[in-house]
Write a protein that binds this ligand. Structure first.
Ligand code: DGL
Length: 277
């Protein structure tokens, strides 16, 4: 696949993944676990993080630059590993590629998962202000007409807290629990983690629900969608050689590198690449 305006003579071979920061690594890790032969080029836009507080227009302009960069890196597919960007900039990213199918967002596979097995009628959702105010999950679930009701809550402190390395500790537990105690979420049977940062606070969320509510983590669902896409388009990498992943951030911070290493593995090396300079 070639970007519309950025011809690169090398064959497209990598999976391009982007997020505002570390959150998309939860998706990258799930893809790497499921498809260990695939090369990943990751871009975390730490200079503009948090996306959840930005306007749709700003997120669209960041997503366009990042997609251009990923296409220049010979990506065969772009994964928008960010709910806020999937909610605001999907069309813009799709319009940059020769075929809109070559973009996988984190929202559609999760909505399909929820509506396919519609035994849970009252579903909770936590995400950024941008994702919740877009109401995109709600509209898509209503469109499926399964009689399911979505109760969404914006939890803006969570992504910056995780980005700063606050997870699996007392502070993160207190903040997560005080959000989940919100009466709006009372009586839910499952909860969507509609921010790719949130798998990192899975233990705080599980300790709150104690197994009584199903926790829907998009990372594994999206990695399956990536696998079936590559399979369908005969784009799976046949080589058994260990791929050399590349991880870029628009603004290098030590806390990002530390958290990224804890999460993805110590071999991870971050390169700073500011696309806006
Ligand atoms: N990880 C991102 C998401 O899924 C957003 C975090 C942020 O930058 O606000 O929405």
């Amino acid at each position: 696949m070639r970007p519309k305006s950025h011809f690169n003579p090398k064959p497209a071979n990598a999976i391009g993944i982007f997020d505002s920061g570390i959150g998309g690594l939860t998706v990258a890790k799930a893809i790497n676990d499921l498809l260990p032969n695939e090369k990943i080029v990751y871009f975390g836009d730490t200079a503009h993080m948090p996306y959840g507080e930005k306007s749709a227009h700003a997120i669209q302009s960041y997503a366009i630059e990042i997609t251009r960069f990923l296409m220049e890196q010979n990506c065969k597919l772009v994964v928008i590993a960010c709910n806020s960007a999937s909610a605001s900039a999907l069309k813009q990213v799709q319009s940059m590629l020769p075929d809109k199918q070559f973009v996988i967002n984190v929202i559609d596979p999760v909505v399909q998962h929820i509506t396919h097995d519609s035994k849970h009628k009252k579903i909770g959702l936590i995400g950024t202000k941008r994702t919740v105010s877009s109401a995109v999950y709600k509209k898509k679930i209503e469109k499926a007409d399964t009689g399911q009701v979505l109760k969404s809550l914006a939890t803006p402190l969570l992504a910056p807290m995780i980005e700063e390395g606050f997870f699996n500790n007392k502070i993160s537990k207190t903040i997560v629990h005080s959000y989940l105690e919100n009466p709006h979420l009372l009586g839910i049977q499952s909860i969507v983690l509609a921010c790719t940062h949130y798998p990192l606070i899975m233990s705080e969320i599980s300790s709150f629900y104690k197994g009584k509510v199903d926790i829907i983590n998009s990372a594994a669902i999206v990695s399956e969608a990536v696998k079936s896409f590559l399979n369908k388009h005969e784009l799976l990498n046949a080589s058994m050689a260990q791929p050399k992943h590349a991880f870029y951030v628009s603004d290098y911070t030590e806390s990002f590198e530390q958290t990224a290493k804890i999460f993805f593995g110590s071999s991870l090396k971050l390169k700073e690449k500011n696309l806006w300079k």
